[in-house]
Write a protein that binds this ligand. Structure first.
Ligand code: SF4
Ligand code: FES
Length: 289
């Protein structure tokens, strides 16, 4: 048996080019693997040493940009965060993310993800004109931050949509990423956008299409838990419809800074350079006199 640092695995890669009209197929490559090597490292090795025609998408190599999502041995994962040896398999099968059209090989077209994300207006909505003509920063307590922080960790990798059985059967469904993003802003104490977002969320293809399979949460590499966000969003929409939602004023801005210096804070010392210059000129005057 090969030692762990000399192991070889077979990469079975989905090959398809939407531009040439050919049928999809799998192609195999043997890759030498060392401890710590990720699936993305394996793809880079293949591209640089075995076949320069394979296509994949990546950027940060550290689980931040969300570019390298793919189906690895049957499960949606980030290639840069998946270590080959942790898969405990002689074969690494790499396919493009499910539920998206394929552009080339393992590169999916994520337009639907971005379209749905944009549709829920993923930014702070205010009824005052503080956003247009900002005066000071908003105030937010640590508890108010906790209410949405987990959902703010989304990197838009799209793995949750690839895992979702509802997205697979309803192309118009907003999907877990967009719904979690909507809740992230609705739960933010600085936001007043519930009324603006409700028409798109409170629809048959919006929040109510989710059957709570929970596959999105299982797939999410950042611990966002979109399934939880969707259930909280359902509760918020029901309370809104029943007019039981607590109407809360959006977070205020910080009070203006004190106009005059505070008497309890000592005055800053004079600039040292000017002081030295002054002392020098005084010395010159003394010597002259
Ligand atoms: S919710 Fe998770 S899986 Fe879905 S896009 Fe965001 S980070 Fe990726
Ligand atoms: S390359 Fe950025 S998340 Fe994998």
């Amino acid at each position: 048996m090969l030692a762990e640092d000399q192991k070889k695995v077979v990469f079975r890669i989905f090959r398809f080019n939407s531009g040439d009209g050919g049928a999809p197929r799998f192609q195999e490559y043997t890759v030498p693997v060392q401890k710590g090597m990720t699936v993305l490292d394996g793809l880079v090795y293949i591209k640089e040493n075995l076949d320069g025609t394979i296509a994949y998408r990546s950027s940060c190599r550290m689980g931040i940009c969300g570019s390298c999502g793919m189906i690895i041995n049957g499960f949606p994962q980030l290639a840069c965060q998946t270590q080959i040896l942790h898969l405990e398999s002689q074969v690494v099968e790499v396919r493009p993310l499910s539920n998206y059209p394929v552009i080339k090989d393992v590169v999916p077209d994520l337009s639907s993800l971005m379209r749905n994300h944009t549709a829920v207006r993923p930014y702070i909505i205010r009824l005052d004109d503080e956003k247009e003509r900002p005066t000071r920063e908003y105030l937010q307590s640590p508890q108010e931050l906790e209410a949405y922080l987990q959902f703010a960790y989304c990197i838009k990798c799209g793995l949750c949509l690839a895992a979702c059985p509802t997205v697979a059967t309803d192309a118009s469904f907003l999907g877990p990423q967009a719904l979690a993003a909507a809740y992230r802003y609705i739960a933010d104490s600085r936001d007043s956008g519930m009324e603006a977002r409700a028409p798109i969320l409170d629809t048959p293809h919006g929040v109510w299409r989710c059957h709570f399979a929970g596959a999105c949460t299982e797939a999410c590499p950042k611990g966002v838990d979109p399934a939880l966000a969707i259930q909280l969003l359902k509760r918020a929409l029901v309370l809104r419809t029943l007019r039981l939602a607590r109407v809360q004023a959006p977070a205020p801005v910080a009070p203006p800074l004190a106009p005059a210096p505070r008497p309890d804070i000592p005055k800053a010392p004079e600039p040292t350079v000017a002081l030295v210059r002054e002392q020098k000129s005084e010395g010159v005057e003394e010597r002259r006199s």
